[in-house]
Design a protein around this ligand. Structure first.
Ligand code: TXA
Ligand code: MG
Length: 540
């Protein structure tokens, strides 16, 4: 099944993009197509629906009549048709820049109208033109904008927002689109291969919106055992099962309380994991013998496509060695697990950057087990007060271990000048929230968000820690962030990275005492440690 059965589209500006910009056009004899327009559009006409979106402010100024504009538009559509190129529809904005129009600047009104009428996939669509609004109105609805240097492009180039693609002319722009199209088809092929790997019992690293996951068929215990092996993760640590639709939940959970349904409707797909009473059939290795299972529907298109194509729920922890910082790029996974996984899907940097929020519905009241990508405030505004249980008697999430998400370099979030004296001649790194400046001298500084934006800071957190950790520093000092919204997840990870969230020694000893050294898939299936949990009264 392809990414989507909807059409991608290209929204083309008229003057300065398809034809020379010769001012207010009233006569068809004034229309001069760029020499490359026809051949460029022919290359792409069978893969994309083509639209023209043109701003004819001459109408608003009273120097052109709507009929003048229609005459020229019709001529252009007819000429293109003679060249074998179909324009699906032409949209004309008749306003001047100061008329506060609803059409173009940078309101994506026409694009949204076209998307509804022609069932478009905007995430695979483009808007092209020689004014900044031509690219912005596409970007505002998740399409990509390409700015052209033809027409008024050279003159308006300085008005462009950041990170806009610039092309010399329409042909260059189309070549770029074709290249992206090819790349995504290649990605499609990779996803299919990854799905087959999962079906055959393999282990695949894949991107989600939070962090990269290491996935296997949740109903294949041997495949799931390989995840533990690759990560060197202890078996007492249960996994999250990822689904792509609600129907699959029937195979995993016993019943869904109405407040949970509301959360699913509101936050799925997205970074919220729900712990619910499990169905008998869910293998014990997935849940570490617990009577509950953690489920989530990720939002990343590659993750969704992978789960759909594999036709099974995918059990997946983060794709890092146990206890280390989670990976937020495919490169992070390659560095640490590279040759130990069957395949790595590359979906770029993870948008959220910290793991999902975990909410348990096993006991009477909903309980937060791990702060993450969905802020607690948003959850509480939907279902009311939530218990917070991050310091656990019984460890029900490994994020609850006293040291987790930790770099090799010691990291501290509390210090006194006195305690830093021993580091005077050593290499110390500074993980700043917003401002790089600080009284101390540092070997290296990472700033999480210059704007002081907690979402941006969360997205950068793990990459920044990894960069610092690669420098061979003696110490990393981390600046605390405000504990609201995503700041709660950031501070939780920083505390655990620095090992300052205590759990009771008892629970740690329980697991250490039962450890048999290496965890392998051979000794797994009759592993007595899982039963050990029950003896310890840990099974709920
Ligand atoms: O964002 C995420 O959640 C990422 C991506 C890959 O989806 N996954 C992730 O998985 O962070 P992992 O394994 O690193 O963390 C899973 C957490 C653990 O803390 C685990 O203990 C908890 O989920 N968990 C799983 N099943 C549970 C259960 N039945 N009861 C309580 N906690 C559970
Ligand atoms: Mg993890």
């Amino acid at each position: 099944m392809p990414f989507s059965s909807r059409w991608p589209a290209i929204f083309l500006d008229r003057d300065g993009t398809l034809i020379e910009d010769r001012g207010y056009l009233r006569c068809v004899s004034d229309v001069v197509f760029y020499p490359e327009t026809f051949s460029a559009l022919r290359r792409i006409k069978d893969r994309y629906l083509l639209f023209i979106v043109t701003n004819q402010s001459g109408i608003g100024l009273g120097v052109l009549s709507p009929e003048d504009v229609e005459l020229i538009n019709n001529h252009i559509v007819k000429t293109l048709a003679q060249e074998g190129i179909t324009i699906t529809k032409v949209y004309t904005c008749p306003h001047t820049r100061d008329q506060g129009c609803q059409c173009i600047k940078p309101n994506p009104y026409f694009i949204l109208e076209a998307a509804r009428e022609f069932n478009l996939d905007l995430s695979r669509s483009f808007s092209i033109g020689d004014h900044s609004h031509d690219v912005e109105f596409g970007r505002n609805v998740g399409a990509k904008g390409i700015f052209l240097l033809t027409g008024h492009g050279q003159k308006h180039r300085h008005e462009l927002p950041s990170r806009v693609e610039v092309a010399g002319n329409i042909e260059e722009a189309i070549i770029r689109i074709l290249k992206e199209d090819m790349d995504s088809q290649e990605k499609e092929g990779m996803i299919r291969q990854a799905a087959e790997t999962i079906q055959q019992g393999g282990v695949v690293a894949f991107p989600t919106e939070t962090v990269y996951g290491l996935g296997a068929d949740a109903f294949n215990p041997l495949a799931v055992a390989r995840i533990f092996e690759v990560k060197q993760r202890p078996f007492f640590d249960p996994l999250i099962v990822h689904v792509a639709d609600l129907k699959t939940l029937d195979r995993l959970v016993e019943r869904i309380p109405s407040s949970v349904l509301r959360l699913m409707e509101h936050f799925w797909p997205g970074p919220l994991t729900l712990v619910l009473p499990k169905k008998e059939e869910v293998p014990d290795i997935v849940t570490a013998g617990l009577s509950s299972v953690a489920v989530r529907m990720p939002k990343h298109p590659i993750a969704c496509s992978l789960i759909e194509q594999a036709s099974c729920p995918i059990a997946a922890p983060s794709a890092n060695p146990f206890g280390y910082v989670s990976p937020t790029t495919a490169e992070h996974v390659r560095e640490q697990l590279g040759d130990r996984v069957d395949l790595i899907l590359d979906g770029g940097s993870c948008e959220v950057g910290v793991e999902s929020t975990i909410l348990s519905f096993v006991e009477k009241d909903p309980t937060l087990l791990r702060p993450g990508g969905i802020p607690l405030e948003e959850i509480e505004s939907l279902i009311g007060k939530v218990e917070v249980r991050l310091r656990e008697e019984k460890i029900s999430a490994p994020g609850m271990l006293p040291k987790h998400y930790a770099p090799r370099t010691p990291i501290r979030i509390h210090w006194s000048e006195e305690s830093l004296k021993v580091y005077q001649n050593k290499k110390v790194g500074w993980l700043a929230f917003q401002k790089p400046s600080h009284g101390l001298k540092f070997s290296h500084i990472e700033v999480l968000s210059k704007k002081g934006d907690l979402r941006e800071a969360a997205a950068n957190l793990f990459s920044a820690i990894r960069r610092l950790d690669a420098l061979g520093l003696d110490l990393i000092l981390a600046e605390p962030v405000p504990e609201t919204g995503l700041g709660r997840a950031i501070m939780d990870r920083l505390r655990r990275a620095s090992g300052i969230i205590p759990t009771t020694q008892d629970s740690i000893h329980t697991f250490r005492g039962k450890g048999k050294g290496r965890y392998t898939s051979e000794n797994l299936l009759n592993d007595r440690r899982l039963e050990g949990r029950e003896e310890d009264g840990q099974k709920k």
